[in-house]
Design a protein around this ligand. Structure first.
Ligand code: SF4
Length: 171
């Protein structure tokens, strides 16, 4: 994270993303996965629509990430963005796997372990702990499932593929 770069959300960014996506579409025509927004979030409904357009333009493109915008938010702008994200996710499935941070109303969520509801979901096996964070805690590679080890998001992929909520340790 300390090496991450924060970009201004402007027309130049949109143009650069499109150039980059065209590059990766040509390089990996069988499929490539973009982890969106290490910093920042979806900032407008138009920006969500832009990703819908890119998913149509670039058939190899897959997206995963997280958003703080909730479809049931009180704030109208946040709610509109959250609804647009949910709509795109329902339309595209694994090609647009964006989880709602802190949501207990949508199973495709990213939760914090410092909430009793998260602990209850883990106990009922209705959620899973991020295996990379477990490995940081123990100093060992953690089990992703019964057979596979995960040392990074690239090796794990659960946030992209699993339908249950992911739970992160409290920072
Ligand atoms: S993809 Fe796996 S390692 Fe990465 S945040 Fe999600 S659960 Fe953790």
């Amino acid at each position: 994270m300390m090496n991450a770069t924060r970009y201004a959300a402007d027309d130049a960014l949109i143009a650069q993303i499109e150039t980059d996506l065209a590059h990766y579409q040509a390089k990996y025509p069988k499929g490539f996965l973009v982890r969106l927004h290490v910093l920042g979030d979806f900032f407008s409904v138009a920006y969500v629509a832009q990703w819908a357009k890119w998913l149509g333009m670039f058939p190899a493109l897959h997206v995963y990430g997280y958003t703080a915008n909730q479809p049931d938010a009180i704030d109208s702008k946040e709610r509109a963005i959250g609804e647009a994200i949910l709509s795109l996710r329902l339309a595209c499935g694994i090609r647009f796997a964006v989880r709602f941070s802190g949501s207990y109303s949508d199973e495709f969520a990213a939760l914090s372990q410092d909430d009793e509801r998260s602990i209850a979901l883990l106990a009922d096996k209705k959620a899973f702990l991020c295996p990379t964070q477990i490995s940081k805690e123990t100093g060992k590679l953690a089990k992703k499932d019964e057979t596979t080890l995960a040392a990074s998001c690239g090796e794990c992929g659960l946030c992209w593929q699993a339908s249950k909520p992911v739970v992160f340790l409290t920072h």
